[in-house]
Unconditional design. Structure first.
Length: 208
């Protein structure tokens, strides 16, 4: 079994994208990382519950705005208390000071009738959230392995382009100097370092 990393940089630079992809499963296997498959999510039923407009005042809901205002006109009180510890619990009354607000609510019966579906939806959403979190974590582990391959592949292709540029320039200078290698290399050394020239020559020497 030959892995991606068993090939030389030059050989890796010559691989097509499809060839690299064909080696990714082996890469995951070697690194002990499972190939990630998208999770199968549970369905969540779309529920439309009928709603009605009410009017709320001080936490009490009325069918009409008039009734809500009439309620506040009675100057109602609510029970309140302060707890000071040590068994000291002082209850008292305080006025309900509120504005009438329009709210849209569904009936208790409608919610009760949908209790089974709502419970099932809640369970499905909880399951899906957990499955998606596990999938995200697994993808991160997979990407950590695979990104290393793709980053290296692009690096090798950039090296191939860089070395090809040196050799193409070398050939051009040899043509311009009528095959005078000494003169051609003098000009070549003006645009590339000795290391760059040596690396390019070594790169293509592997084919010989």
């Amino acid at each position: 079994m030959k892995t991606y990393w068993d090939y030389s940089e030059k050989e890796r630079s010559q691989m097509s994208e499809e060839e690299v992809k064909s080696m990714l499963d082996v890469e995951l296997m070697e690194k002990g990382v499972l190939k990630v498959l998208p999770p199968v999510l549970r369905s969540v039923e779309n529920i439309e519950v009928s709603r009605k407009t009410y009017f709320e005042a001080g936490g009490i809901v009325f069918e009409t705005a008039t009734a809500a205002h009439d309620f506040l006109a009675l100057h109602p009180f609510r029970e309140a208390y302060d707890y000071y510890g040590g068994g000291c619990d002082y209850k008292y009354v305080e006025p309900i000071e509120s504005e009438v607000k329009q709210v849209t609510l569904c009936s208790k019966q409608d919610v009760f009738n949908l209790k089974t579906i709502l419970s099932k939806n809640k369970e499905a959403k909880s399951y899906n959230e957990e499955a998606e979190q596990k999938y995200k974590k697994a993808c991160e582990a997979q990407d950590k392995v695979l990104n290393g391959v793709w980053e290296d592949w692009w690096k090798c292709k950039e090296l191939a382009t860089k070395h090809q540029k040196v050799m193409d320039t070398k050939k051009e200078y040899l043509d311009l100097t009528a095959g005078d290698e000494t003169l051609a290399f003098t000009f070549l050394a003006k645009v590339f370092s000795q290391d760059e020239i040596n690396e390019a020559e070594q790169w293509f020497k592997e084919e010989e």
